[in-house]
Ligand binder design. Structure first.
Ligand code: FAD
Length: 478
């Protein structure tokens, strides 16, 4: 608990996976911690309106898609009967269970959780507004800013209508629209599109760039695009939304293609998912002396320390990649720095997963980055049509690729497309972080028959061929 004079050793502002992980770690190391966030329990965007509810709904989408797919094996389940109220309640229960559990963990650690918001008065004082709107002051020895991010609003497009959603309202699952336009072909748009398409919506995606998931490895995205073409009604690339208005219970949208021609279309609902912006406004950062960059991200050093030595910042509010596990890791680095430990945030591999069907996941160096930096790498690819496990699942639409240092054989990056790619990528993270060689992956015995064997066999390709896949170009034996 804070002292009577309302002071605390460490205050953490925001209780997402960055903030609560930092608070828990600090408490576990004997610090007296105050954690402030407006939600009933810790959890932040990730647990309340991000990672967790979206994955609960994607699980349902997977069941629906798998049961349809089973027709190919001679098993028919018929059309799914969807009870949307029950589905919504189940998703909400998942969120409550997890956030309630995290709340318990916070209490067990004797963390002072204040339900409210905070902003800086100066470099050692916060103004705290609790849930009853009572205002108090809290002085601190150290502070960690972990206020996360919010959906970007596009002027003119984000109109005030229940038919125009952001990721948060889309996750509420108010209904299943007949037609849904998704503006933005990033991971949040594609994940939500996968959910609504499985539930029966006709989904159209517009993306202003020439491919889905801009910036992500094209080999991986190609595997996904093939599958999404069958699931979504349309994927319109090189297309922008020039205007949007509400008309007779529909949303009229003006789409502008690469040829400069405009077409008007109408949809039942529109989901705008064009990115996220840091929650760094209205925090009084200027009063504390904390600096932000031109995009609003808090500027931090390798230990996540801001320009003010006692104040740290972590998670989405400090920049890309905006991912929960990156936020949690930064939280621990910041707490270690506060405790005076030698530490730095310098991961070789931050995994990223797109939980579509198939999933795609990658970590470490990408082929594009290797080319851009003229690095001497060898790229090996193991197609899942050669994997026994993938064939037993009827899912040969996958690929495992490694980016390997040509001279040393060191694994620099791993990319996987296919069902459960998100689970498989953890081995790639370990390989990149531990500076494993292709031979380490090749000669570590992997269980059979599993999809993990694709990681072993892709590494085997670096030495020439693999047991189940022969590539065209043979490396001469050493
Ligand atoms: P957040 O989780 O954003 O939490 C910020 C906290 O700060 C909140 O509690 C907020 O209320 C609080 N806060 C803000 N201002 C104040 C204030 N002034 N005072 C007190 N508290 C304040 N990431 C993944 O890794 N995997 C996924 O599968 C994934 N799926 C996602 C799906 C969706 C739909 C979305 C939107 C995001 C997803 N993300 C995913 C991203 C992930 O949610 C974020 O990267 C992560 O939540 C960032 O954690 P954080 O701790 O930085 O902040």
């Amino acid at each position: 608990m804070p002292d009577k004079d309302n002071s605390t050793q460490l205050v953490v502002i925001g209780a997402g996976p960055g903030g609560y992980a930092a608070a828990f770690y600090a408490a576990d190391h004997g610090m007296e911690v105050t954690l402030i966030a407006p939600e009933k329990n810790p959890g932040g965007v990730c647990l309340y309106v991000g990672c967790i509810p979206s994955k609960a709904l994607l699980h349902i989408a997977e069941i629906i898609n798998e049961s349809k797919h089973a027709g190919e094996f001679g098993i028919s389940f018929g059309e799914p009967q969807i009870d949307i109220d029950k589905l919504r309640s189940w998703k909400n229960e998942v969120v409550e269970k997890l956030t309630g559990g995290v709340g318990q963990l916070s209490k067990q650690r004797k963390i002072n959780y204040i339900r409210g918001t905070a902003n800086f008065v100066d470099s050692s004082t916060l103004r705290v507004i609790d849930e009853e709107k009572k205002i108090s002051k809290l002085t601190f020895k150290n502070a960690i800013i972990a206020t996360g991010s919010s959906p970007t609003k596009v002027p003119g497009l984000s109109i005030d209508s229940p038919r125009v959603m952001d990721s948060t309202s889309a996750l509420e699952l108010a209904d299943i629209p007949n037609s849904l336009l998704i503006v933005g072909g990033g991971y949040i748009g594609l994940e939500m599109g996968t959910v609504y398409a499985a539930l029966g919506s006709k989904v159209t995606v517009v993306e202003m760039m020439d491919g889905l998931l801009p910036g992500v490895d094209r080999d991986l995205v190609n595997e996904l695009s093939k599958m999404l073409t069958g699931k979504f009604s349309e994927i319109l690339l090189n297309t922008t939304v020039a205007g949007l208005s509400e008309e007779k219970n529909r949303i009229k949208v003006t789409l502008k293609g690469a040829d400069g021609k405009s077409t008007d279309r109408t949809f039942d609902k529109v989901l705008i998912s064009v990115g996220r912006k840091p929650n760094s406004k209205n925090l009084g950062l200027e009063d504390a002396g904390v600096e932000i960059n031109e995009k609003g991200f808090v500027i931090v050093d390798g230990q996540r320390r801001t320009k003010v030595p006692a104040i740290f910042a972590i998670g989405d509010v400090v920049g890309e990649p905006m991912l929960a596990h990156k936020a949690s890791h930064e939280g621990k680095v910041a707490v270690d720095a506060i405790m005076g430990k030698k530490t730095v945030f310098e991961p070789a591999a931050i995994p990223a997963v797109v939980f579509t069907d198939p999933e795609i996941a990658w970590c470490g160096l990408t082929e594009t980055e290797a080319k851009k930096n003229n690095l001497e790498v060898e790229v090996v690819k193991f197609p899942w049509r050669a994997s026994g496990r993938a064939i037993t699942l009827g899912r040969t639409d996958g690929l495992t690729k490694h980016i390997i240092d040509s001279k040393t054989g060191r694994i620099l990056g791993v990319g996987i497309a296919g069902p459960r790619a998100g689970e498989l990528i953890a081995e790639g993270v370990l390989a990149v972080e531990m500076a494993a060689l292709a031979s380490d992956l090749h000669f570590s015995i992997h269980p059979h028959p599993t999809l993990s064997e694709t990681i072993m066999e892709a590494a085997e390709l670096f030495d020439g061929q693999s047991t189940h896949f022969m590539r065209a170009r043979k490396k001469p034996p050493a």
